[in-house]
Design a protein around this ligand. Structure first.
Ligand code: WQD
Length: 331
């Protein structure tokens, strides 16, 4: 298939491009480099031996996107491009609504106009709001605790309504839990610009002495050790979930959780990271972060039943691969 991947130089996007290329699919990348680096394209080529076409454009720019659709006939689109930090979205709601919603509307409109039948959307577990885990796709979506999650829920709504009245346009909504880790080559990984918002890149930068210490946002939650529990899943497993989706998705609208089904606390993740990699991660306990929920992990059974996909990599694989990338990327 010929697949347009927006945000294809980003953390999850780049790992998905590698897996698509390995499966023989032709990939065109759109990325505005707001949270990625152009040399990721060279690293993807180093891993796959294939050079994907890159357009350095913004997915909210309809005129630029139209030119890309006019130049190629895509079989599918995988839409990763968007802002994705829960904490940051509370401080910058308009930026989050604009970027994440306009890009989804522009791309789905062009898919329908140009007869692109498959749209795989990078959604998130945050659409479930604060409900008891394990979280399942049959659950009603409750009110979100942050604008980031709201943009994902509204995007799902837009795509669902569009697919209902455009029979040649099918969407597959993939709700990620917490993607971490890196490609085993050490060439690709999570490399956000500036101070990381997410836990894992913060841990690796503290371990690498780039940042002095980690602040754990609260240890007074109603969990075993008082810190928040999340469903950490290896980014390569997430990428494989996109391959399963774009190759096996049905007609109309489908929704799947991409998680392991296992919850891990912040302290457990830190201890596993230290044990596996033999490095220290100094931390202090700070205040809770607004928008955080105590526990969030998946019921991943539907993706296995319908797409034949499940996560294979362990927490040890995730922390080992994340550290290898951090060391390799800062040599
Ligand atoms: C995890 C835990 C923090 C940083 C993520 C992504 C979002 C979406 C959903 C994909 C929380 C704690 C963090 C730090 C900390 N992913 N933490 N100190 O908030 O679960 O959301 O998954 O769609 O893009 O943000 O992930 O890594 O920010 O936080 O204690 O310096 O780590 O409080 O409990 P989160 P996160």
């Amino acid at each position: 298939m010929k697949v347009l991947v927006t945000g294809g130089l980003g953390f999850i996007g780049s790992h998905t491009v590698v897996q698509l290329a390995k499966r023989g699919h032709k990939v065109v990348i759109v990325d505005n480099l707001s949270n990625s680096r152009e040399d990721v394209l060279t690293r993807i080529e180093e891993i796959t031996g294939i050079k994907s076409k890159l357009f350095i454009e913004d997915a909210t720019d309809e005129a630029s996107m139209r030119r890309i659709f006019e130049a190629s006939s895509f079989d599918g689109v995988i839409h990763f491009a968007g802002l994705k930090a829960v904490g940051e979205s509370i401080k910058k709601p308009i930026e989050y609504y604009y970027n994440n919603l306009v890009s989804t509307m522009v791309l789905s409109k062009l898919c329908i106009e140009f007869g692109v039948e498959k749209f795989v959307f990078s959604s998130s577990a945050t659409v479930y709001g604060n409900q008891p885990s394990p979280l399942s796709e049959i659950m009603d979506l409750k009110e979100r605790t942050n604008p980031y999650g709201e943009t994902k829920a509204i995007s799902e709504r837009i795509l669902t309504d569009a697919a209902k009245v455009n029979l040649g346009f099918s969407v597959c909504l993939l709700r990620y839990f917490n993607p971490i880790g890196a490609h085993e080559s050490g060439l690709l990984g999570e490399d956000p610009r500036g101070i990381p918002n997410n836990l894992m890149p913060f841990i690796t930068r503290v371990a690498n002495r780039d940042i002095e210490k980690l602040t754990i946002f609260g240890d007074d939650y109603d969990t075993e050790d008082g810190t928040c529990v999340r469903d950490y899943i290896h980014v390569v497993d997430i990428a494989e979930g996109h391959i399963a989706a774009i190759e096996n998705m049905g007609k109309g609208v489908s929704v799947y959780n991409l998680g392991t089904g296992k919850g891990t606390s912040v302290l457990e993740l830190i201890e596993t990271f230290k044990k596996v990699n033999g490095v220290d991660v100094p931390f202090v306990i700070g205040e809770r972060r607004p928008g955080d929920i105590a526990v969030c992990y998946a019921d991943p059974s539907k993706a296995y039943k319908e797409l034949g996909w499940k996560a294979n990599k362990s927490l040890e694989d995730m922390v080992r691969d994340a550290w290898r990338f951090e060391v390799n990327n800062n040599q």
